[in-house]
Design a protein around this ligand. Sequence first.
Ligand code: CP
Length: 309
Amino acid sequence: MSELSVEHLLGIKYLKSSDIDIIFKTADHFKEVINRPIKKVPSLRDITIANLFFENSTRTKLSFELAEKRLSADVINFSASQSSVKKGETLIDTVNNILAMKVDIVVMRHASVGSGVFLSRHVDAKIINAGDGTHEHPTQALLDSYSIREKLGNVKGKKIVIIGDILHSRVALSNIFALQLQGAKVKVCGPTTLIPKYISSLGVEVENNLKKALEWCDVANVLRVQHERMDIKYFPSTREYTQLFGINQEILDNLGKKIVIMHPGPINRGVEITSDVADSNDSIILNQVENGVAVRMAVIYLLAQQVKR
Ligand code: CP
């Protein structure tokens, strides 16, 4: 297998399209592995990985931990709410103390934009960004593209609309970079207040009309409204948001064509998507979760090849 062009996975914006090809080819192999009766390989028996989560997570944290265990790495888990961060310890001190225990790879989720880049400049370990504030969530974007590739055969030339709270979404930004790198066309759809002003500079079109956005696309990636990152009101009410931007079966039935429905989770059922759509045959939401393990195994495996042993 070939080598990645990067030393860390800090964001999709640092990757080349050839990196994505290498990650997907490696993930294809690991997807086959995790569907075997014995789902584990001994590849990383000499590697220790620390999962540092300074923000809440269900899918990403469990998916990384499972990926690491499937590769036979030693794993330690850190959650900020139960740590000495509460006693005033800095990020660098926290991480250097963990690295003193001979850790090779750090997977980190943190509320601060650029925290992964900062860490990569100050500590001697491979860094994987598991979400830095409203900035990037590279493994989510990789597993999303991998899932589109699996469902539609290719990402190149496909039309993807990302719907919802684009302003506060690291998933949106990483998806835009990943999809464009692979030759997809990307639009965003949502309330004007939740679309960042810089979006057109990324070559992304804005469509505020949900029906038109869905008529245009092959794939709709639906995002949650991130109330926890909002200190002001961005739209009058949740009821109005759902009426204008919520995906329901009636809207999809009236399109006259099938589209693929995605969501990175966590879902707010009945707000941005109804339960019947989330659980329908057009939805690949749980395929995204399954593919997340294979894609994260690939990223960890490829970065671990660069660790001096
Ligand atoms: N998709 C995602 O990042 O989910 P979690 O916040 O549960 O990890």
